[in-house]
Design a protein around this ligand. Sequence first.
Ligand code: HEC
Length: 272
Amino acid sequence: MVRAIAILIGAGIVACLAWALFGTVYSAVTDPAPPTAVEEFHRHPKEVELASNGLLGTFNERQLQRGLQVYKEVCSNCHSLKHVAFRDLTQLGYSAGQVKKFAADWAVKAKQFDPKSGDTTDRPNTPADYFPTVYYPGTGNPPDLSLITKARHEGPAYVYSLLTGYQDQPAALLKHFPDAKVPDGLYYNPYFANLNLAMPPPLTQDGQVTYLDGTKSTVDQNAKDVTAFLTWAAEPNLPARHGYGLAVLGFLLLFCVLSYGAYQNIWRDIKH
Ligand code: HEC
């Protein structure tokens, strides 16, 4: 008797759950939720051609130097780069002397605590220092850029697309989603996750940065170069990693050939 009641209650619960599931699926099919502005207007990053792309990608030193210049003259006003040390810049082809001067001239000075007086004072950066943290009083929180190309899906393509993707809010968007007007103090960018971000367009006109190597300084070029630089910042040992990968594949290939030879040798006189 008790058993029959238990089975009945169980069957009742299963029936309820099945009914609820049916209701959810039915309404999802017959009356789907209307698409949101983000679903309709968010765009996938554009492809960007960088020397570091692909399995054998490596860095283009001159492009990294130009990217550093864009970071220094534009992005570093708001964004920190706290995981990169000045001495790492020798990997960009600068001499130790050049790096020393670059660090000493860096506008934001290193902080130094004097244990005797208890005061914190400024001192020029040395090559051993990391890029100092930037104070940013404006709207929004500019993230540290050291690892940004790793922190975002399709990092380099995303950063490049974001920098070159600012535009006016499309009229079609406002027509379909009248409530989705860009909030005050934000800027429309279809590559940003929620379409509106607090970063004012940082690269607005060609020639904003004057390159020393004669490369034409366009917004597109600036965006590419700083993207290449940030890709290096996030993974400076990328070319070495690609090199190891190739060497390991070569070794495995050779190992396969040798194993096959050994197999042939061992089984030579055995019927199998
Ligand atoms: C005037 C200050 C300012 C400048 C200059 C600036 N940014 Fe930003 N940036 C911001 C702010 C603020 C945010 C945060 C935006 C948000 O979360 O809405 C941001 C966000 C970002 C993001 C992250 C977007 C995300 O997915 O979270 C990237 C990447 C970025 N900036 C790259 C750059 C690069 C590269 C430069 C130089 C070419 C640059 N920014 C120059 C203020 C600035």
